[in-house]
Write a protein that binds this ligand. Structure first.
Ligand code: SF4
Length: 360
């Protein structure tokens, strides 16, 4: 019998995510929100739980997190806040990789999510087995993955990075002569590659929200609001990034909104960020970067359908029942935490503050 050599794994030209759900916002009857919030506040105390919410969740969830001593932040800070919190249960309002990151950094705590079906197209576009075979086919390359990945993909990586530190980490590796694999976001990977000149093989994932922003739509808005500044998250296409006054992570964009002198801001990221951004920049006019116009195909137009799955009713349900607990295989978690800690150690040595290091 002739043994056939395994074919090298070829990276797909694109990794589209099918069956993106529609955006469905929670609609409550008059008085229902107040009653849900009252019950949730009681249960958070009874269950020794703290709520950590991402910037892209609803304003109601963000307000509730802050009113109850939790936090509203990016994925990494959510996990770090949870680690420092005295409560034994973390309720993560966000998407699954955020719940997993919280569990990886807090294996001794219980992590719940208001809706465990909340996915992320970047995570979905990078199945761990496919990605591992791709890495195996390029053993000479160091593996750098973005925070928006599963625990298993983080476990396969040498480094996990967030959007705000990605350029610095990759520049550091490039200076050491290292060649890299980058996953999963091809737009962020392209941005980092251009910024550093590093030799990077890019996985072809994308965010269904950010890839729909349109450069021509932003140009048209700029023509109308000549003094407006453009704020862009680097998961957006290169043509959109090229128009930016500021490119940054969620936390960096909120900070920029407060600090920029312009009174009108065109914002190319999930519109859930407007709640905190408006609080940080009161009196400024925030405009959603267009996703429509010529060639528009967006289903999730400037708002993530999976983030929208986080609801007050779902939150109450998991607090009442303990359903939708996030579990990570302990062996996978122990490997994944190595890639996260490598980034944190790099940030510490480089004197980069953790606050504002955002994954999404
Ligand atoms: S906005 Fe994009 S990157 Fe963020 S969770 Fe949703 S699909 Fe993922």
């Amino acid at each position: 019998m002739i043994a056939l050599a395994a074919a090298p794994f070829a990276m797909p030209a694109a990794c589209p995510v099918n069956n993106v759900p529609p955006v469905v916002e929670e609609v409550l009857a008059p008085g229902e929100e107040a009653s849900l919030i009252a019950r949730i506040k009681t249960l958070l105390i009874e269950r020794d739980a703290v709520l950590v919410a991402h910037y892209y969740t609803s304003a109601a969830l963000q307000r509730l997190a802050e009113e109850t001593g939790g936090c509203v932040s990016d994925s990494l800070e959510m996990a770090r806040f949870g680690h420092a919190a005295k409560q034994q249960t973390l309720v993560v309002a966000g998407v699954r990789f955020m719940g997993e990151t919280a569990k990886i950094l807090n294996p001794e705590k219980r992590v719940l999510m208001p809706d465990r079906r909340a996915e992320c197209s970047l995570d979905l576009s990078c199945p761990a087995e496919d990605f591992s075979r791709f890495c195996d086919a390029h053993p000479e390359r160091e593996v750098v993955v973005y925070a928006n990945t599963s625990a298993a993909v983080k476990a396969r990586a040498d480094w996990m990075v967030t959007s705000s530190i990605a350029v610095k980490v990759v520049a550091h590796l490039h200076a050491q002569g290292k060649r890299l694999i980058w996953a999963p976001d091809r737009y962020l990977g392209d941005y980092v590659r251009k910024a550093t000149g590093a030799d990077m093989l890019l996985w072809q994932g994308s965010c269904v929200v950010h890839e729909k922003f349109k450069a021509d739509g932003i140009e048209a808005l700029k023509a109308e609001y000549a003094d407006a500044a453009v704020l862009v998250h680097p998961e957006s296409p290169a043509g959109v990034i090229a128009l930016a006054d500021v490119v940054g992570s969620t936390t960096q964009l909120i900070r920029a909104a407060a600090e920029l002198p312009q009174r009108t801001l065109i914002v190319a990221t999930d519109n859930g960020i407007f709640h905190k951004m408006q609080l940080a920049a009161p009196g400024k006019t925030l405009l959603e970067a267009p996703t429509g116009g010529q060639g528009a195909t967006c289903v999730s137009c400037a708002h993530c359908p999976w983030m929208a799955m986080n609801s007050l009713k779902g939150l109450l349900h998991v607090l009442e029942t303990g359903a939708d607990e996030i579990r990570v295989d302990p062996a996978v978690g122990r490997r994944a935490v190595v890639s996260i800690n490598r980034m944190l150690a790099f940030a510490g040595q480089a004197g980069i503050g953790i606050a504002g290091m955002s994954g999404d």
